[in-house]
Design a protein around this ligand. Structure first.
Ligand code: DAH
Length: 358
């Protein structure tokens, strides 16, 4: 029996070293170690041997079995390496390798980063982020913001009208792409009674296209409504926001302006962060603020009682509550902060530009 065991061992050894593929190795494994192999049946027969031979035969059989196992796995590893190398050389892919060169991790778009910065600053002041639809009714975009039909202020915000057919007829109103985030003021007041403190970021649309205007751009709106709100609160809030965006030494100023939905209305400016009082050290006139010392940022004002009139039944009694609102362009903030001259660059997706932020 011992001879037989040795013979099986050397036969297996020869076959293993002659094997050319991992598939052949698998066949040899079944042939020599499988349940129906010679070695397995020999091992089973050991029980019937006379006691004197049992131990030696069992030991020899187990030893040969272990040898065959280790030769098989050694040869299998060598063949597998060769097969992988061949497959790679032939254009196959080694799926076990990490991606090389490692792909760089992307970053958030400048508009997203700027929007989040504004949201964070406003949330820090106790505001809640609110959103509204980009496809809007004329009522919210214009009428409820005190732009009655035919009002000339509608003309400076010409937009894209959609679904002139069934939807608009069913709603008995025009449907359009909103021209500003201000309609969310009315929607928010309809759904929540005062006090209300919201910041509203979002996409807006206008029939404009040049280096500083795009048919789609982003705005952020602020609205604060409660008893006893004054223009001083507006000024303090804007100061806090703009210092957070442009640096702790900034000052702000408000200039009288007109918006139909605020009274009084202002435009607000931030002190230039590239010069002192409009003059740079190298050249006399500052390029960023054009020598003025101030940079226009957005529009604001005290909510017009006419606007409250549209939501009066929800607790917005113009005799009792006051509010301020402001709006500004997110692209404009990002362009000012990072010295980007052409708005269109932000939307082109060129990684040399958008990869610089975040
Ligand atoms: N919605 C105005 C625009 O797009 C900006 C604006 C002005 C928003 C005054 C306001 C505001 O909330 O009070 O031109």
């Amino acid at each position: 029996m011992l001879d037989e065991i040795q013979k099986i061992g050397s036969e297996a050894e020869q076959k293993i070293s002659a094997a050319k593929t991992t598939a052949e190795i698998e066949e040899i494994r079944v042939e020599y170690l499988g349940r129906r192999s010679q070695l397995t049946s020999l091992l089973r027969g050991i029980a019937e041997l006379p006691d004197a031979e049992k131990a030696a035969a069992g030991k020899a059989a187990n030893q040969v079995r272990a040898e065959i196992e280790s030769l098989l796995s050694e040869r299998e590893t060598a063949l597998a390496d060769g097969e992988m190398a061949e497959s790679i050389a032939g254009g196959g892919i080694d799926i076990s390798l990490p991606g090389a060169p490692a792909l760089p991790i992307g970053n958030l778009n400048l508009i997203t980063l700027t929007r989040r910065r504004i949201e964070d600053l406003m949330v820090g002041l106790g505001y809640r982020v609110a959103e509204g639809p980009e496809i809007e009714l004329d009522f919210y975009n214009f009428t409820a913001l005190n732009h009655p039909e035919g009002h000339p202020a509608r003309m400076v915000q010409d937009t894209f009208y959609v679904a002139p057919g069934s939807l608009a007829r069913a709603l008995d109103d025009e449907v359009l792409l909103r021209t500003h985030t201000s309609p969310v003021q009315v929607r928010a007041m309809e759904s929540q009674s005062p006090p209300l403190f919201i910041v509203v970021p979002g996409k807006v649309y206008r029939r404009d296209s040049d280096a500083t205007h795009s048919p789609m751009f982003h705005q952020v709106e602020g609205l604060a409504v409660a008893e006893g709100i004054t223009l001083a609160d507006l000024k303090g809030t804007l100061l806090e926001l703009l210092r957070g965006l442009f640096g702790p030494d900034r000052e702000i100023r408000m200039r009288p302006h007109f918006f139909p939905f605020t009274e009084p209305s202002v435009e607000f400016d931030v002190s230039c962060f590239a010069c002192s009082e409009g003059v740079t050290e190298e050249s006399q006139r500052c390029g960023l603020c054009k020598g003025i010392g101030w940079i226009e940022v957005g529009g604001a004002g005290m909510v017009d009682p006419e606007v409250f009139g549209f939501v009066e039944s929800n607790g917005y009694d113009p005799e009792r509550i006051q509010g301020f609102a402001f709006g500004m362009g997110i692209e404009r903030i990002a362009m000012l902060k990072h010295g980007i001259g052409d708005l269109r660059r932000i939307f082109e997706g060129d990684v040399r530009l958008i990869g610089q932020f975040g």
